[in-house]
Design a protein around this ligand. Sequence first.
Ligand code: EPZ
Length: 418
Amino acid sequence: MTYKTAKFKIVGGKALDGEVKISGAKNAALPILLSTILTDEKVLLKNVPDLADVKTSFKLLQDFGKVCTYDVEKGEAVIENGITNHVASYELVKTMRASIMALGPLVSYAGSAEVSLPGGCAIGARPVDLHIKGLMEMGAQIKLDDGYIKANAIGSGRLHGGHIIMDKVSVTGTENLMMAATLADGITIIENAALEPEVVDLANCLNKMGAKIKGAGTSRVEIEGVIKLHGCEHSVVADRIEAGTYLIAGIATHGIVTCLNTLPSSLESVLQKLRQANAIITVDGTSITADMRNRQIKPVDVVTAPHPGYPTDMQAQMTVLNALSDGVSSVTETIFENRFMHIAELIRMGAHLVCNGVPSLKGAQVMSSDLRASASLVIAGLAAEGTTIVDRIYHMDRGYEHIETKVRCLGGQIERFY
Ligand code: EPZ
């Protein structure tokens, strides 16, 4: 019995009904944890989700010489100490591609870094050329050697400011370069920067550490380098993708679900699509409710796009909803070249795709291929008639905190077995 053999058994056909507390965002927690490389002072982080990728980030930081303590009950992490090692090993990087975001902080703080090239993953090749080009613009000397990216700040050992124009919008590319620029000598401009709320949350945390970042959340970010960053206390922004996932689960089962502790403005494009799907969506402060009782799911055309467009991380979940709608719809993925692997699994459950809605899905044995595809299969299982077995659910453990507990809070019938 290992975590790799874990499966979910889901008995579907029951309307979800209840409240679920949304956790801190995985895609904000990961860059923020790695940003602690930039200071040797204590950083206290709150609302840190209990996820496999967060645990991997702690291992990475410990490899660099940091001391990490994590209180699972409180969701609080304390990271302290300086850097004594600047190599991110393949063993860790292969399990979490976001490790690439250690490159910028390491070369900026320590003057050199060796980070294993992250492989591709199920959803695409996932190149990191924009990360490398941006660091070279800031004076880093980069070599690719034995599958490692070796970066050195030549000359004074300190990067210098640069004018970086990103060829494509890249979330972690923007975050990596923004972190590197905080300690560079001079001003760095990042044009065509990613606007995601997680980029803004990282900038807010860095500015609490003494960085001078302006324009985060717009396509032009300006960073004035400083000599040193100090410790800080920061609470990680709510996970908009987790919230969207549970709202769609409620809608797909014709139930009523309220997500607590959310940041509604961060998922406006999703809420608009859910209203188009005929859900009653109400926002009250940090709570969002989706009510689909006795309502028919309407088909909704979706084209994924960088924020504030419809997020690619919510594409698989919307595909399930369309599979249960009473009409024809189209789903277009523009960010990743291979993010439709959940389709074959949904067809095994009776879906007519290209998104011809069907009255119901049938439970089946299905297999997860990546983080968000696995979420879409859980939603499909909850909505389907009969029992669904979802295999390879370790993908989900990377990005959804305490999934079974949260689904059961909503009345869903789900259990993990090995
Ligand atoms: C981040 O990945 C997220 N991960 C992804 O979430 C998310 O799907 C993605 O942004 C898009 O929103 C984290 O934040 C840890 P990109 P990232 O760089 O930064 C191309 C999840 O499910 N590109 O914005 O790796 C790339 O191939 C994960 O939580 C280059 O060509 O994505 C893609 O087509 C999955 N060269 C596009 O840009 C580069 O150097 C956008 O990718 C970098 C990216």
